[in-house]
Design a protein around this ligand. Structure first.
Ligand code: IDP
Length: 139
């Protein structure tokens, strides 16, 4: 069943560069309502579990190191067609391929450090939201 929620993380590079406000402004201006949000830092075990699907990939170690090196903003967003529309808003995984005006085009530097995460399916949005938030912390 399609849902109207997705999960995002503003990744350590975006937080380090002071882009939290600008990215949240763009998310809000694009019609997403924030229904859960926190500043947090993933442990190595957290990142290995969250990105388990990539654990055979050559960049897995680099990805875990990157995602755990500093705080992230985790959030759940609500909008009609949230998963697909948010993937459109963030742009391609590699910012070099991302469309003009997308968050990754505007705020990311490389395919590895690409500023923001967005769930790729309704099922993963639910799993990833529950990974970071208790039900009572989603509004
Ligand atoms: P997505 O975040 O656009 O869904 P995925 O393929 O699921 O992209 O990859 C998860 C994350 O792993 C990316 O956002 C990026 O941080 C990192 N990543 C993906 N491909 C590469 C790569 O080829 N080299 C280094 N890091 C990568």
């Amino acid at each position: 069943m399609a849902t109207n929620r997705t999960f995002t993380m503003l990744k350590p590079d975006a937080v380090e560069k002071g882009h939290i406000g600008a990215i949240l402004e763009k998310i809000s201006a694009s019609g997403f309502r924030i229904v859960a949000m926190k500043l947090t830092q993933m442990t190595k075990a957290d990142a290995e579990e969250f990105y388990a699907i990539h654990n055979e990939r050559p960049f897995f170690g680099e990805l875990v190191e990157y995602m755990t090196r500093g705080p992230i903003v985790a959030a759940v967003l609500e909008k009609d067609n949230a998963v697909e529309d948010f993937r459109t808003l963030i742009g391609a995984t590699n910012p070099a391929d991302a469309a003009e005006g997308t968050i990754r085009k505007m705020f990311a530097d490389s395919i590895s450090e690409n500023a923001v995460h967005g769930s790729d399916s309704d099922d993963n949005a639910a799993i990833e939201s529950a990974f970071h938030f208790a039900g009572r912390d989603m509004f």
